[in-house]
Design a protein around this ligand. Structure first.
Ligand SMILES: Cc1ncc(COP(=O)(O)O)c(C=O)c1O
Ligand SMILES: [Zn+2]
Length: 427
């Protein structure tokens, strides 16, 4: 265990718990609040040299080990996938030009082993499961959390039990099945699957990966923030070893990715390794309105509201890390914006054509958020912006085909037909 990890604090009542307190394995036993890992930042700042981290030969997220709650998973478990994270960060000059923004970076987590951001959380959860000796991990998922968990458990003795809604996109379902998990496709929504997974883990003693309520998911996800700051430094040779962007735009379902990124930047800021916090733009689906409504109401109460967006990754009725997501946006002076289904489909095309990344609708919401926040003036022309890419388009080919409907030209196969088109476009 990390010597600097002091325990977990409830996000609602502030009560603190030791790491192995069995009453607080997932949430606060008093009020059900999500738990947040607490570190001794003063000791880390005194004892850990950021140059050793940034200069480490290990180019996986495990090179941030002094800031993580668990030791690298391969120290305890023979596994084919020992590393996690360190996805590419690249600029999108075409988007910068179109939107008139100084810098737009894509943090491309579609390149992780299971093609989604969720590998960060799964890696940390597996590492924690190993510490506790758990041999079965269960998870409720809209698809990516589960496909990530089962991918990363492949080749190990860990059994995975998955609960998904029946409308899970085929690509995600195929991934989950091919890796050999037991899959229960629940009649109902993601939220129904979520509640059932909670009950099953309690009843059968399985370790539970459910997003948000397992505090290790946020701890894995925060590594993206460290990487963003380290990679921007590498690209720009900024004077500090880590450099924060001005704005980070994140698609939001349960709110755990945004709260994880926020945690990562908070860690670096508390250590003095970055000199400012970025503003967060959270993007929810118009047809999954729970969190956006809570944001508008100005409070922290998040009410269950039915969702029916095509963007499976952000289709949640009750965002399970909603309070922390609201804080990520409010505490940094950011905002929430909504993305309609049609807007996400359009954004998939823009990202594919202009930024060379093929993403699923939930991920494309980030681009919708960027363009809306720019129009509102919340993102300014001199800002440096990171778009968090969260899931590959290959996971939901049906949506990609819907986004491009009518663009295919069926021909009989004669050269003439092609010649006509050349004339039409003036080639
Ligand atoms: C592709 C994609 N983007 C964004 C999200 C939203 O993450 P969170 O539920 O932590 O807000 C998910 C969650 O499943 C996802 O799969
Ligand atoms: Zn509490």
């Amino acid at each position: 265990m990390n010597q600097y990890l002091q325990g977990f604090r409830c996000s609602i009542c502030g009560a603190t718990y030791t790491v192995d307190d069995s009453r607080a394995q997932y949430t606060c036993p008093v009020d059900g609040g999500n738990l947040d890992a607490v570190y001794d930042y003063a000791s880390i700042a005194r004892n850990v040299d950021p140059r050793l981290i940034a200069g480490s030969a290990d180019r996986s997220a495990w090179h941030y080990e002094p800031l993580l709650p668990c030791v690298p998973v391969d120290r305890l478990l023979p596994t084919p996938l020992t590393s996690f994270g360190w996805s590419p960060l690249y600029r999108a000059p075409r988007l910068e030009h179109v939107l008139d923004v100084r810098a737009v970076w894509l943090k491309d987590d579609t390149r992780l082993p299971s093609s989604s951001f969720k590998d960060r959380a799964s890696s940390m959860v597996i590492a924690r499961a190993q510490q506790t000796g758990a041999m079965t991990i269960c998870a409720a998922s809209t698809g990516n959390a589960a496909s990530s968990l089962v991918t990363l458990c492949s080749g190990t003795d860990i059994r995975t039990v998955i609960f998904v809604p029946q409308n899970t996109p085929e690509g995600k379902l195929a991934q989950i099945l091919i890796h050999g998990a037991r899959v229960f496709a629940v009649e109902g929504s993601y939220d129904d699957a979520f509640d059932l997974a909670m009950q099953a883990s309690q009843e059968f003693g399985w370790y539970n990966r459910n997003t948000g309520v397992n505090p290790y998911t946020r701890e894995g996800k925060k590594t993206a923030a460290y990487e963003i700051c380290e990679q921007i430094h590498l690209f720009t040779s900024a004077p500090m070893l880590f450099r924060a962007p001005d704005v980070v735009v994140v698609p939001v379902g349960d709110g755990n990715i945004i709260s994880g990124l926020h945690k990562g930047f908070r860690d670096l800021h508390a250590l003095g390794w970055i000199d400012r916090m970025p503003r967060f733009v959270g993007v929810t689906a118009t047809l999954a309105p729970a969190l956006y409504r809570a944001w508008q109401s100005g409070g922290e109460r998040v009410e269950t509201t039915p969702s029916r967006t095509i963007a499976s990754g952000i289709s949640v009725d009750l965002p399970r890390d909603g309070v922390m997501a609201l804080r990520a946006v409010r505490d940094t002076g950011g905002l929430f914006v909504e993305a309609a289904d049609e807007e996400m489909l359009d954004a998939m095309g823009v990202l594919a054509r202009d930024a060379a990344v093929f993403v699923e609708p939930a991920c494309a919401a980030a681009y919708v958020g960027l363009s809306k926040a720019r129009r509102l003036g919340v993102i300014r022309a001199d800002d440096e912006v990171v778009l968090q890419m969260t899931g590959s388009g290959l996971k939901d080919v049906k949506s990609a085909l819907a986004a491009t409907a009518g663009r295919m030209h069926r021909i009989q196969g004669k050269l003439e037909e092609i010649r006509d088109w050349r004339l039409e476009i003036g080639d």
